[in-house]
Ligand binder design. Structure first.
Ligand code: C2E
Ligand code: MG
Ligand code: MG
Ligand code: MG
Length: 283
């Protein structure tokens, strides 16, 4: 097989591409059905104040388990949803369910929600979000939208208009996965972000990699100067959290504090920590 001619290899390659294309189409069809049936669910991962370890909000992360395909990762189905024009509908379903769930949480907790690049070129995105908040009675000031540098690239003017509309309504906007995209620091001058999320690749190397440490410290200094809040993503170890506190990083997110969990489990977690806090006060 390995000794096949160049032509032979081209045939094999084409067949692989065909298989991949078939799989994408299969996922697309299953996802369309799931979205219509309301089967994509929001999960929630805590975001904490690194010093006190108190939960200050949750990030919404879409989860989908298909009857035949089993659980499909958002890393797989979000890009397909984008490419095949399902992202808007999927996103509205997940935001509706997420805000319905978050209504039962303590009022000082925020909810964050990811927007895909294609949603930042669609001028209806803002209207759709606001319509959902109105319908579910969720305060826009408790909502945060996460966007990536890539999301700002294809049509910066359009993205800027959507971002400004959302901010006028009290929705906060954060820059997700900072440091991984084709970033330009100039964007930070043009756009006004309320928060910046340091990508987990930097956090992963913070303990044993000098460049990562310097980059994180520089990002923190920049955020302070620009008046932006900061969250470090992907914190898995206590030592990483401690180092970040030393550097003055206020917010953190990662498996160390909690994995994404469904609405029921999240509510249970909040009730337990509320009872824990009451007990602590009673002592
Ligand atoms: P993201 O917005 O950067 O979300 C953080 C991702 O990091 C999540 O992966 C989360 O489970 C994972 N994570 C959190 N803490 C840790 C940690 O300590 N270690 C490691 N290794 N990973 C951690 P997930 O849920 O697989 O989502 C992947 C991406 O899919 C998200 O990255 C986001 O870009 C996208 N996504 C998820 N849900 C939605 C959605 O509803 N809409 C849109 N547009 N995109 C979504
Ligand atoms: Mg995010
Ligand atoms: Mg992120
Ligand atoms: Mg990420």
């Amino acid at each position: 097989q390995a000794k096949r001619s160049g032509r032979g290899r081209v045939v094999v390659y084409t067949r692989e591409m065909e298989e991949a294309a078939k799989r994408v189409t299969r996922i697309e069809q299953a996802l369309r059905r799931a979205v219509s049936a309301g089967e994509v669910e929001p999960h929630f991962q805590p975001i904490v104040d690194l010093k006190t370890r108190r939960t200050v909000g949750f990030e919404t992360l879409a989860r989908w388990t298909d009857r035949d395909l089993g659980p499909v990762s958002p890393v797989v189905f979000i890009p397909i949803a984008e490419e095949r024009g399902i992202i808007g509908q999927m996103s509205q379903l997940v935001l509706r369910k997420a805000t319905e769930a978050a209504r039962d949480w303590p009022e000082d907790l925020f909810l964050s929600f990811n927007l895909s690049p294609s949603q930042l070129v669609d001028q209806n995105t803002g209207l759709h979000i606001l319509a959902i908040l109105e319908r579910t009675g969720f305060d826009p000031r408790r909502l945060e939208i996460e966007i990536t540098e890539t999301g700002l690239m294809s049509d910066p003017a359009s993205a800027e208009k959507i971002v400004q509309d959302l901010r006028r309504c009290g929705i906060r906007v954060s820059l997700d996965d900072f440091g991984t995209g084709q970033s330009s620091l100039g964007r930070l001058r043009e756009f006004h972000f309320d928060k910046l999320k340091i990508d987990r690749t930097f956090v992963a190397s913070i303990l044993d990699d000098r460049p990562a440490e310097h980059i994180i410290r520089a990002i923190l200094a920049m955020c302070e100067g620009l008046g932006m809040d900061v969250v470090a993503e992907g914190i898995e170890e206590e030592a990483q959290a401690e180092r970040l506190v030393q550097f003055g990083c206020a917010g953190g997110q990662g498996f160390l504090f909690g994995r994404p969990a469904n609405a029921d489990a999240t509510l249970g977690y909040l009730r337990d920590s509320f009872r824990g806090a009451q007990r602590a006060r009673a002592v």
